[in-house]
Design a protein around this ligand. Structure first.
Ligand SMILES: Cc1cc2nc3c(=O)[nH]c(=O)nc-3n(C[C@H](O)[C@H](O)[C@H](O)COP(=O)(O)OP(=O)(O)OC[C@H]3O[C@@H](n4cnc5c(N)ncnc54)[C@H](O)[C@@H]3O)c2cc1C
Length: 506
C-alpha cells in the first residue's frame, strides 16, 4: 500500500501539491524537502478562478489569504496593442462566460446584430466591471463565492509562506529544510530515497519533483527530455520589477494587463501594496538592454515612479517534458515545463496536476504505472492546448512592425491551423474541445478570436431562429452590467473590508 509521499521543492508547486494531498488523504505520511540554498522562483502572481476551489479544498480561509498574501482580485486579462499596435487597440479575455453561452451561438448573433461593439463588451458584463475597477463580489458575499467570476493576483513569496504555515500547522505535513544531494534507486529503477545533506536518506513510495526548472528528479535523474517549443513561442526571457503606487489609495486594477512591445509584451499586475510589472521577450529578437528600456518607458507612461529598482532577469527554455510521471516519480510545476505566462496558465496546470494526482492516487505500486500512463496522456494534451491557445494571440495579430511579429505568424501547430480553417465558417464550439477537463473552454477561444478582429462567415451555420433570444441575452448582459456597477465596491475598498472584518464562511 502506498503511504509515504516525498515532495522535493517549496515553491508554489510544492506547497499547493502538499496541501491538496494532505487535505484529501489524512492517512498519508507527506514530507516536503526544501533546499535552504535554492530560493523559489518568486514570480507567478496571476491565477485563474480554479485557485478558489484549490484554496477551499486545502482548507484555508479566504480572508487570511487576502491578509497574508497581499492578494487582490483578478477578473481576466486585458490585451493592449496586440492587434495593430495602435493607442486604442485593446480587447478583454474575461473569466465569465458570454451571456447566453451554450444556449445560442453568441458570436454569430453579435456579428450580425452589433458588429461594431467589441465582442466581450457586448457578451459579458466583466469588461465593464474591469474598466471601472469594480470588485467581483460584495462585503456580504461569503468566502470563495462570487458575483462575477474571479481568480487572484498575489505575492508569490508570501503565498509560499502562507501555504507552508497551513500545511505544517493544520495538515500535518512533515517539513525538512535541507538540500537533496543524491538520489538512491531500487534495482528496478524506482527511486528508493533521497539523500539530504543533514537529514540522511529520506525514503518514500512516491516522489514528487517540484524542484523548479532544474527538474532534479524527472529531468536530471531520469533523463526525461524537455520538448522545446521555442520554434512556436519565441519568448525565453523576462525582466521583472515591483513598483510602488503613486499614493496609498490608488485604484487596484481588476485585471492583468498585457501590453505588446516590439519583441514581447509587458504584464502589469496590481496588488494592494504595489504593482508587479515585467517584460517577457524573445532574446533572439531584442537585447536585454533594449527590453529594459521598453520596460522603463512603459512604467513611465503608466504613472510609475521615475526611479525603479534594477529589474530581475529570468531566462527559460519554453517547453514541457516528454513525460511527467516516470516510474515512482511525478513532476509538478516548473520541473514539468514552462511556457511564457501570457494567460497565467502555469499555476492552473499545477492545480490540475495536484488534483489529478490526489483524485487518482494509486493504492499500490502495480496500479501506479496505469495511473502514470493516464496522467502523461492528460497532461501532454493539456500542454499542447496551452501552446495552441497562446499561439493564437500571435497568429491573429496584424502587427507587422518588427521581425518578431512578422515571424510569429508562422509555425502554427497543426491542430490550431485546422481549427482556424473550421472557424472561418463557424465559432469555436464544444465539439472542438471535447475532453472532460479542457484547459481553455471554447468561450476563451471566442474572446480571443473575435476580440482580435477575426470574422467567421456564418452563412453555412446560420441560426436566424435564435436571433431574438440572442438579442435578449445581449440586453440582459447590459442590464446586469448596470446593476453590478451600481452594487459592487471598488477593489481597494473591498480588500480593506476583508482585511478588517473577514468574510462570512459558507
Ligand atoms: C517571468 C515569470 C512569470 C510568471 N507568471 C506567472 C503567472 O502570472 N501565473 C502563473 O500561474 N504562473 C506564472 N509563472 C510560473 C510560476 O512562477 C511557477 O509555475 C510557480 O511559481 C511554481 O514554481 P515551482 O514551485 O515549480 O518552482 P520554484 O518556485 O522554482 O521552486 C523550486 C523549489 O525547489 C527547491 N529545490 C530545488 N533544488 C532542490 C534540492 N536539490 N533539494 C531540495 N530542494 C530543492 C527550491 O528550494 C524551491 O523551493 C511565471 C513564471 C515566470 C518565469
Amino acid at each position: 500500500m502506498l503511504r509515504r509521499i516525498v515532495i522535493v521543492g517549496g515553491g508554489s508547486a510544492g506547497w499547493l501539491t502538499a496541501g491538496l494531498m494532505a487535505a484529501d488523504h489524512r492517512d498519508l505520511q507527506i514530507t516536503l524537502i526544501e533546499s535552504p540554498d535554492v530560493a523559489p522562483i518568486g514570480v507567478g502572481e496571476g491565477t485563474w478562478p480554479s485557485m478558489r476551489d484549490t484554496l477551499r479544498r486545502i482548507g484555508v480561509s479566504e480572508a487570511d489569504f487576502f491578509r497574508e498574501c497581499d492578494a487582490s482580485f483578478k477578473q481576466g486579462s486585458r490585451f493592449n496593442r496586440w492587434v495593430d499596435g495602435g493607442d486604442s487597440d485593446c480587447y478583454f479575455h474575461p473569466f465569465m462566460l458570454p451571456q447566453g453561452y451554450g444556449e445560442v451561438d453568441v458570436p454569430q448573433h453579435w456579428q450580425a446584430q452589433h458588429p461594431d461593439v467589441p465582442f466581450a463588451d457586448l457578451a459579458s458584463v466583466q469588461p465593464h466591471l474591469c474598466v471601472h475597477g469594480r470588485a467581483p463580489k460584495q462585503a456580504a458575499t461569503p468566502e470563495y463565492a462570487s458575483v462575477a467570476n474571479y481568480g487572484y493576483h498575489l505575492d508569490a513569496g508570501k503565498f509560499g509562506v502562507f501555504l507552508r504555515k497551513h500545511c505544517l500547522e493544520k495538515l500535518g505535513v512533515h517539513y525538512v529544510p535541507d538540500h537533496v544531494s543524491a538520489i538512491n534507486s531500487h534495482p528496478d529503477g524506482d527511486i528508493a530515497s533521497l539523500q539530504t545533506n543533514k537529514h540522511g536518506a529520506l525514503e518514500g513510495d512516491l516522489f514528487i519533483d517540484c524542484t523548479g526548472m532544474q527538474s532534479l528528479l524527472l529531468g536530471q535523474h531520469f533523463g526525461v527530455p524537455l520538448i522545446s517549443q521555442r520554434h512556436v513561442l519565441y519568448n525565453d526571457s523576462a525582466l521583472a520589477v515591483q513598483i510602488p503606487y503613486a499614493s496609498d489609495d490608488a485604484p487596484i486594477a481588476s485585471q492583468t494587463s498585457s501590453t505588446a512591445q516590439s519583441a514581447g509584451w509587458i504584464w502589469d499586475i496590481g496588488l494592494p501594496t504595489r504593482r508587479g510589472v515585467g517584460h517577457v521577450y524573445a532574446s533572439s529578437y531584442i537585447s536585454d538592454d533594449q527590453a529594459e528600456a521598453e520596460l522603463r518607458a512603459y512604467i513611465a507612461q503608466t504613472g510609475g515612479p521615475g526611479e525603479i529598482p534594477q529589474p530581475r532577469k529570468l531566462s527559460f527554455n519554453p517547453g514541457y517534458r516528454e513525460r511527467f510521471w516516470q516510474r515512482n516519480c511525478v513532476a509538478i510545476g516548473l520541473s514539468a515545463g514552462f511556457i511564457e505566462p501570457l494567460e497565467a496558465s502555469a499555476l492552473a496546470i499545477v492545480e490540475m496536476s495536484a488534483a489529478m494526482l490526489s483524485d487518482d492516487l494509486p493504492a499500490t505500486r502495480e496500479a501506479m504505472d496505469i495511473v502514470a500512463r493516464r496522467f502523461n496522456d492528460a497532461f501532454r494534451y493539456r500542454w499542447e492546448r496551452v501552446i495552441d491557445f497562446l499561439k493564437l494571440h500571435y497568429v491573429l495579430s496584424k502587427r507587422r512592425d518588427t521581425a518578431y511579429w512578422r515571424d510569429n505568424t508562422s509555425a502554427v501547430p497543426e491542430r490550431l491551423a485546422e481549427l482556424l480553417t473550421l472557424w472561418q465558417h463557424r465559432a469555436p464550439s464544444r465539439s472542438d474541445f471535447y475532453r472532460l477537463e479542457e484547459v481553455f473552454p471554447p468561450a476563451s477561444y471566442q474572446y480571443i478570436l473575435y476580440g482580435m478582429g477575426f470574422r467567421s462567415d456564418f452563412s453555412r451555420a446560420a441560426r436566424p431562429q435564435e436571433s431574438a433570444r440572442a438579442d435578449a441575452y445581449f440586453q440582459q448582459a447590459a442590464a446586469l452590467a448596470r446593476k453590478m456597477l451600481g452594487a459592487l465596491p471598488d477593489n481597494r475598498a473591498l480588500i480593506h473590508h476583508i482585511k478588517l472584518h473577514g468574510l462570512q464562511k459558507i
